[in-house]
Each structure stands twice: as C-alpha cells, then as structure tokens.
Design a protein around this ligand. Structure first.
Ligand code: PEP
Ligand code: MN
Length: 341
C-alpha cells in the first residue's frame, strides 16, 4: 500500500506510524520524496491490515491500496519516471541510450577494436558477455574472469561504461567490480536468488524479459530487485516465444508503451535477440525509438561470420554506423514541429 503524508511532514516525524506498520508484519520498501509530499511504499502481505487505523495517524493524508502485485515498481507509487545515471550514461528522463557490443567477449583484439569503433560512432555503453548462459552445455560459455578483465581494459581505453551479464548469485560481487550495470538475462529472469542478490548490489540492474514471461511476471521480477533495496532497474524487452518460428523470437513492441503506463522504470529494447537476424535490427531499433523506449541494446561484431555466439544477429561495423545515422533521422522526425510547419 501507499501512505501519503501531509505536506511538509517527513517520515522521521512518524515514528509511531513506522512502528505500527512493522507491528503488522509489513515494512517500508521505498520513500519517495516529492516537492511537497513524502510518499511511503509499504510492502508485505497487507490484506488483513486495517487501512482506517493507518489513515488515523496524525500526519497521514491518505492510504491507498495498490491492487497490482508489484508495488515498488508501480507507477502508482511514483508517477515520475525513474532516471538512472552513471558514468557517461543515463536511462530515462528523455534520453535514448544505445548499448552495443558483441554477444560475448572473445579476445582482446575483438573487444578493444569493437569498443573503439563504438565510442567513435556514438554508442553510450559497451556490452559483452564474460559469462554466457548457453542453451547447450557444449557451446562457448564465455571467458569468465579473463572476459571481465578485458571489459575493464576496454572501459579504461575508451571511457565507455560497461554492461555485462551475471549468471549466478555467487558472482555478483566480482562482476560488480567491473560492470557499471549488471545484466540479468532472459533465462534468469525468475532466478529469484539471483534477483535478490543483485538487489543488494549498488549497481543498476538491466533485467531482460524471460522468453515466456508475462508483463506482470516481468514487473514482479523487477520488484524482487527493488524489494531488496535497489531501485535502479532498467527493463529490457528482448522478444518472446510465439507460435511463429520464422524468427528467433517475436518482438513485443506493445510492451514498451504498456510498461511505461504500468511502471516508472526505464525500458530498453533488444532487437538483436528479438529477431536473430541482423538486417531486421535497424528497423526494429527505429520502432523502439518511435514507441517511446529509453534505449536499445544491439549486438555488434567486427567479423560476425567468425563470432563464437550470435553471429547471424550481430551488426557489422558499417551497419551499426548506418543505424545510428538512421536513428538520428527518426529522432528528428519525432520531435514536435514548431507551430505553423
Ligand atoms: C545476451 O544479451 O547476450 C543474452 C544472452 O540475451 P537474452 O538473455 O535476452 O537471451
Ligand atoms: Mn547474444
């Protein structure tokens, strides 16, 4: 539920209220301080809690039950968009952030060449998996620690912030030493121990939608992270399984405006995993921008034919450059036109 305090009242003046909330087996999940009012997101099983008792506390303006099962990531709690800022990147607040890089870190030459190219051509963040969750145990699993070292080197040389995947709770601290943003992959969207572990990290979390996850399950996965105290979650729509097998997945573009309505969290689109085909990546990146996404994540490889994973969906360097120019044109077309035009 959401407890709205009267204008000018702060949580620290509300000791009795906090004690009462805790006596009901609930806890304070988030405090949103607005210009005038403080709003408290209370989490836990609240069905039996007498709402009128809470309303009666001096300093409380109103108490509202949140009907959806996700509370902290719900727009009802925080009407303004969450803006996540880091070294050289921003998600939300009107920016369109381009994350690019290979599926996996394969070698020093591969990641450094890619990072320098991307930096020169306007990418905001470098991606690359050091730990790869592969469908087959016999496929390339990533360079692990060596991959992390190479990502650190790429950041040092280019200044690009790094996003990389963490596949198990035990690895979170180690990956967080290098990664500016921790990626949780589609296959791990409901790995609840991992979600709780990244929820205790100071790093923002990039959470990819599970292959068959509903929007509600997706937002509840984000809620797991937020409930551990980490409100910095970036959602990523990366395609879902459907009856149609012509492409690797089906991009649910409607998820973008729908999630914007339901949640205050930023949402990014990954057209590479959504389609599995490099020539479809630029048009779907444009669709993401037009639909109101906060950014895209695309795979880029210096020589996709020789990539150890996801070569067919990786853009070549010239394709990335052309896509960036095309996105600029789309953005210009989306800008509100001056009156009379
Ligand atoms: C990835 O980003 O490389 C990846 C494995 O993606 P997903 O988890 O969406 O399949
Ligand atoms: Mn990939």
């Amino acid at each position: 539920m959401i407890v709205i305090l009267k204008p000018g009242v702060t949580l620290s003046e509300m000791g009795d209220l906090v004690r009462y909330i805790e006596s009901q087996g609930l806890r304070i999940g988030r405090i949103v301080r607005g210009e005038e009012r403080t709003v408290i997101g209370v989490i836990g099983e609240d069905r039996g809690v007498p709402i009128d008792r809470l309303r009666a506390f001096e300093g409380v303006e109103d108490v509202v039950r949140v009907l959806k099962p996700y509370k902290l990531v719900n727009r009802d709690l925080q009407p303004e968009d969450t803006v996540i800022r880091g070294d050289g990147f921003q998600f939300g607040g009107g920016s369109f952030t381009v994350i690019a890089g290979p599926c996996a870190v394969e070698s020093a030459a591969q990641i450094l060449e890619t990072a320098h190219f991307l930096k020169e051509h306007g990418a905001h963040m470098l991606r690359g998996g050091a730990y790869k969750p592969r469908t087959s145990p016999y496929s390339f699993q990533g360079l692990a620690g060596e991959g992390l070292d190479l990502l650190a080197r790429a950041r040092e040389e280019t200044g690009l912030a790094v996003i990389t995947e963490v596949v198990s709770a035990e690895d979170v601290e180690r990956v967080a030493e290098v990664a500016d943003v921790l990626q949780v992959g589609a296959r791990n969207m409901q790995n609840f121990r991992l979600l709780q572990s990244v929820g205790r990290s100071a790093r923002p979390v990039f959470l990819k939608r599970g292959q068959s996850a509903t929007i509600e399950e997706f937002l509840l996965a984000a809620e797991y992270v937020a409930a551990e105290g980490n409100p910095h979650v970036i959602l990523c729509e990366r395609g879902i399984r459907s009856f149609d097998t012509s492409l690797r997945n089906t991009l649910d573009i409607a998820a973008v405006p729908l999630i914007k309505k339901l949640s205050h969290l930023p949402i990014v689109v990954d057209p590479s995993h959504a389609t599995g085909k490099r020539e479809l990546v630029p048009p779907l990146a444009a669709a993401a921008l037009a639909a109101g996404a906060d950014g895209v994540m695309v795979e880029v490889h210096p020589d996709p034919e020789s990539a150890l994973s996801d070569g067919p969906q990786s853009l070549t360097f010239p394709q990335f450059r052309d896509m960036m120019a095309m996105l600029d044109r789309v953005r210009a077309g989306l800008r509100p036109q001056p009156a009379g035009v």
